[in-house]
Ligand binder design. Structure first.
Ligand code: 5GP
Length: 131
């Protein structure tokens, strides 16, 4: 089982931002900015472009709802989306509240936030997602 499957199953703790039967969203443990969120399918698949068209479409629609919630919780110019998958072999979309294009540079140093801050951020996004 991949580390992200374990997260979606609740075997490994995460800061939950949104979920439905098929997909799960949680805070990146090493955020580039406050609100940096990962969206995953519960089904284990490594490469996003191996997903069937229908599943990929539902994945993107779910990510859109999470992005709307992130933008409401953390006002920004736009929420950027990126797919890398170089580290974790379980498809995931990075959603990143952007003030400028610099916020999308994955070579940036990552933020170090306390557990309390992470909890507050995730709860804010979850609240907006649940509206
Ligand atoms: P990528 O596979 O897209 O290149 O990078 C994986 C991303 O997942 C990184 O931004 C990393 O910080 C994040 N990540 C890796 N392991 C964990 C984890 O156990 N929990 C959480 N919340 N994020 C993780």
């Amino acid at each position: 089982m991949s580390i992200f499957s374990k997260i979606a199953e609740g075997e490994i703790p995460s800061y939950k931002c949104a979920e439905n039967e098929e997909f799960y969203a949680f805070l990146d443990i090493n955020p580039m900015v406050k609100g940096h969120t990962l969206v995953i399918p519960r089904r284990e698949v490594d490469y996003i472009f191996d997903m069937e068209d229908d599943e990929l479409a539902r994945f993107e629609v779910f990510a859109k709802k999470v992005a709307v919630a992130i933008k409401a919780a953390f006002p920004c110019v736009k929420v950027g989306q990126a797919v890398l998958g170089l580290e974790v072999p379980h498809a995931h979309i990075h959603l990143i509240p952007m003030q400028s294009e610099k916020d999308m540079n994955f070579a940036n140093s990552k933020m170090s936030l306390s557990a309390e801050e992470m909890k507050e951020i995730a709860e804010k996004i979850y609240k907006e997602f649940s509206k």
